[in-house]
Design a protein around this ligand. Structure first.
Ligand SMILES: [Zn+2]
Length: 80
C-alpha cells in the first residue's frame, strides 16, 4: 500500500512540474496597486479592434487599449 502512495506522490509531483510548478487561480497573485494605476485593465480584456475577449496575459497593450493580436493592433493604427 505504501508503494502505491509513493507512486502517487511521484506522479503528482511530475504533473505539478509539468504545469510549471504553479497551480492556476491558487498561486496567482492579486494585481498590485501599481498595475491598477498604470492601465486600469481588467483581468479579462476585450480587444479594442475586433472585440475578442482574452486574458490580460495574452493582451497586447497599446495606448492603454488591449488588443488580441498584432494584426488587430496594426489594423487599428491604420484606421487613425
Ligand atoms: Zn482583435
Amino acid at each position: 500500500m505504501i508503494l502505491k502512495l509513493i507512486i502517487f506522490l511521484l506522479v503528482a509531483g511530475f504533473v505539478y512540474r509539468f504545469f510549471g510548478g504553479k497551480i492556476p487561480f491558487i498561486d496567482k497573485k492579486p494585481l498590485s496597486k501599481e498595475e491598477h494605476e498604470f492601465g486600469q485593465i481588467e483581468a479579462t480584456s476585450e480587444c479594442a479592434h475586433c472585440g475578442t475577449y482574452m486574458t490580460e496575459d495574452d493582451a497586447l497593450i497599446y495606448h492603454r487599449k488591449a488588443y488580441c493580436s498584432n494584426e488587430c493592433l496594426e489594423a487599428s493604427k491604420k484606421l487613425k
